[in-house]
Design a protein around this ligand. Sequence first.
Ligand SMILES: C=C1C[C@]23C[C@H]1CC[C@H]2[C@]1(C)CCC[C@@](C)(C(=O)O)[C@H]1[C@@H]3C(=O)O
Ligand SMILES: O=C(O)CCC(=O)C(=O)O
Ligand SMILES: [Fe+2]
Length: 342
Amino acid sequence: MSSPCIMSSNESIVFDPSIMQNQQKLPKEFIWAKGSSGFSPIQQPTQQENHDVLNEPLVDLDGYFRGDEVATKHAAELIHKACLTHGFFQVTNHGVDLSLIRAAHDQMDGLFKLPKEKKLRVQKNKGEMWGYSGAHAHRFSKQLPWKETFSFGYNYVGDQGRVERQHFRKFYEDGNSLLRCNSYPPCKEPSLTFGTGPHCDPTSLTILHQDQVGGLEVFANNKWQAVRPRQDALVINIGDTFMALSNGRYKSCLHRAVVNKERERRSLVFFVNPKEDKIVRPPQDLLNRDNEEKTKTSNRRRYPDFKWPHLLEFTQKHYRADFTTLQSFFQWLPSSSTSTSY
Ligand SMILES: C=C1C[C@]23C[C@H]1CC[C@H]2[C@]1(C)CCC[C@@](C)(C(=O)O)[C@H]1[C@@H]3C(=O)O
Ligand SMILES: O=C(O)CCC(=O)C(=O)O
Ligand SMILES: [Fe+2]
């Protein structure tokens, strides 16, 4: 039986923001805090007032788009360094018009303001990637995230017959990516819960635009640090799949989203994925370079080969993505059947 005041259908919670944001006491299903023991600092929610602000690299892409070689080299170096350390940076002059971003947020607003019944008509089923989800209550029963999401599939079919220019461009061509709209309603007890719990994205690359409310945090230098919202910037982070593709050189970014007492927060997230049949394996050039640079013992392959649909299946059917997803996936992989319906 769920907490009082929460509408319940078929035993799972219905996350209605207009009701939830007025709950004086956080329903137990949303509590993440575990007291002083049993939880590492990574898992434990922290008081919002205590947060450091991250001084992450801000990369201006203007020179790159103008074909300025020096500016491009500088931007590439900043990105490379950020990927080697936390797997996180922001970009400005990224080529996406601000008016388009605003229009996307307006559309998102329209979606989240739909009546509950309409949202539930497109509810995600377990194992499916697309549709509406209220606190993921159809999938999980505890440590629910304080959010609603709408997810959409995106399949970019590249120009046919184009000459191959880069290994990774080819690798991601025709991939099945995912667009997700997140809405985090205000919460009376924000320090007990999360909008999105601590995790590394299992996907490859994440491109995110957050509104001006703030709530995204990155675990860097052994502490949680807030990412200051910038209207003109896109937040980029490395996910587990890209970390594997780079043989562990580039770091999958550990991050989370906290909620607050007063303001609803929105974010718009694009998760880039390779096509289903691609084998996630570091390019030979990179392994050769590792061979030249390091001793024989440290240049071995860090992860076994896998395909994205298997990692996706793992996170949708067997394991809730967190900050040790990749490790747990490689333990599960040998025992799993390699046929999948994705
Ligand atoms: C493949 C995915 C699973 C999640 C959506 C995409 C990329 C990020 C994953 C997620 C956001 C990581 C935190 C936990 C999660 C359950 C969530 O809070 O939404 C994850 C997504 C999911 O499984 O739906
Ligand atoms: O809303 C945010 O800022 C973060 C969301 C996130 O990390 C995710 O959806 O994977
Ligand atoms: Fe994420």
